[in-house]
Design a protein around this ligand. Structure first.
Ligand SMILES: Cc1cc2nc3c(=O)[nH]c(=O)nc-3n(C[C@H](O)[C@H](O)[C@H](O)COP(=O)(O)O)c2cc1C
Ligand code: SF4
Length: 419
């Protein structure tokens, strides 16, 4: 299968691209013209015409998000790059931070110039020490070369970028919890609206985008909207970094055009299951995505394809699950993660996930009865309907989807005499 490398030039080399290398391939040219010539509205028009959408799983149009902040009058605006990347199984942002830090920096500064923000933060996952170190060296390099700081690229714009580190909380990847964390409080979510674009960091208009989204900004501006749209599909333009993991011969991060089928990702890139194992299920979009039968393999991996199939594009993660995997045990493992990571603020999530874990443990150990399965479904639905934030509502997706696609298999775990 042909490898497309728009974003990631040397994936897997573990070799950070230096400023010199980045400049040699046209790096920081988009920032130069943004800082010297364009006004914000022009840049937003190009981004909107390109169809660029957020790569965190939000799928939100970047032009639309930035326009909200541009239009706001405020004494201070901010740009935040979300590099918390806590979704288990996903490590695409780490790859960009470590191998293409300047593309991420350029995207962040262009965001600042476009919306009129003079300060920015990048919130890097606590566990990503090596990535944070490489990224901070690139920030110093960019500052010394005049791409950050005062009068960037010799223009009248100033932009300061500060690195903040997470402390191991998955929840802090959610944009409003991240704002709380930067402001020095517990990482708990805020009720939206207002959205950060209108009232974010310290109540000021704030653009928040994922690392991969930021890295796409200079690419779109140098390629032009029309050419960018030629890659990918109507609902999802450009490429996507996908992480393949689980029962697969070639796990890793790969850049592919949006719309590549999950089958092609599994077989042509991933090499299928190792050692003659047979695929039973695929969890799409990350650990909070649905666990689906192999029927999902023919789905084009883009927003429209996933929506139509009931799958999630999410972070672009695909977890392959073979027939030897104990599905009930896997669900215990997944829900233990969410139990650990719940912020505990609302009852449905704090108590509900804990109860689900207890019931799933009984199922996995063969001590459950058929009523346990009904309770699991009912509690999961209750959490989905009543949890305070997207963490809680999304956390039960693996359980509900597994019940839908693998009910018979899960029923076989219950005590036969009680059935
Ligand atoms: C529980 C939870 C965790 C999240 N974690 C991340 C994360 O680690 N990185 C990220 O970019 N977005 C994460 N998000 C999404 C952010 O809230 C936000 O939508 C995103 O940073 C916007 O970026 P985009 O528009 O470029 O996609 C998370 C959302 C939720 C509900
Ligand atoms: S759903 Fe409730 S307890 Fe769970 S993370 Fe959100 S606010 Fe916290």
């Amino acid at each position: 299968m042909e490898q497309i490398k728009l974003l990631v030039k040397n994936a897997g080399q573990n070799d950070p691209e230096s400023l010199e290398q980045y400049l040699a391939r046209g790096g920081y040219e988009a920032l130069k013209s943004a800082a010297r010539g364009c006004n914000g509205a022009d840049i937003i028009e190009i981004l909107s015409a390109s169809g660029l959408v957020g790569r965190s799983g939000s799928g939100f149009p970047v032009g639309k998000k930035w326009a909200v902040t541009l239009e706001k009058e405020a004494p201070q605006k901010y740009v935040i790059c979300n590099a918390d990347e806590g979704e288990p199984g996903t490590c695409k942002d780490r790859l960009l931070l470590m191998e293409h830090p300047h593309a991420v920096i350029e995207g962040i500064v262009i965001a600042g110039v476009t919306v009129g923000a003079t300060r920015g933060y990048i919130y890097i996952r606590g566990e990503y020490d090596a990535a944070a170190h490489i990224f901070s060296e690139a920030v110093n390099e960019a500052r010394s070369a005049g791409y950050l700081g005062c009068h960037i690229c010799g223009s009248g714009y100033d932009f300061q970028l500060e690195i903040r580190r997470g402390a191991g909380a998955y929840m802090c990847g959610e944009e409003t919890a991240l704002l709380e964390s930067i402001e020095g409080r517990r990482g708990e979510t805020r009720i939206k609206p207002p959205y950060p674009g209108e009232a974010g960091l310290w109540g000021m208009p704030t653009v928040i985008n994922n690392v991969e989204t930021m890295a796409n900004i200079p690419l779109v501006l140098t390629m032009g909207a029309e050419k960018y749209r030629t890659c990918g599909t109507g609902s999802s333009t450009g490429t996507k970094l996908v992480t393949l993991c689980g029962c697969i011969r070639n796990p890793g991060v790969y850049e592919v055009p949006f719309g590549t089928s999950i089958r092609s990702l599994f077989l042509d890139i991933g090499g299928g299951c190792p050692e003659g194992k047979k695929l039973r299920a695929v969890q799409t979009g990350g650990l909070s995505g649905p666990i689906m039968s192999v029927d999902v393999l023919d789905t084009p991996f883009d927003i429209a394809g996933c929506n139509a199939a009931g799958a999630f594009l999410g972070t672009g993660d695909l977890i392959f699950i073979d027939e030897a995997t104990d599905l009930a045990g896997l669900l215990v493992n997944i829900m233990e993660f969410f139990m650990e990571e719940s912020c505990g603020r609302c009852v449905p999530c704090r108590i509900g996930i804990h109860t689900l874990v207890e019931l799933l443990r009984a199922l996995a150990s063969g001590t459950a009865d058929i009523d346990t399965l009904r309770q699991i479904e009912s509690i999961a639905l209750h959490i989905r309907q009543t949890a305070r934030c997207a963490f809680g509502t999304a956390s039960v997706t693996p359980v509900l989807s597994a019940l839908e696609s693998f009910y018979d298999l899960l029923t076989s775990c219950v005590e036969k005499e009680v059935v």
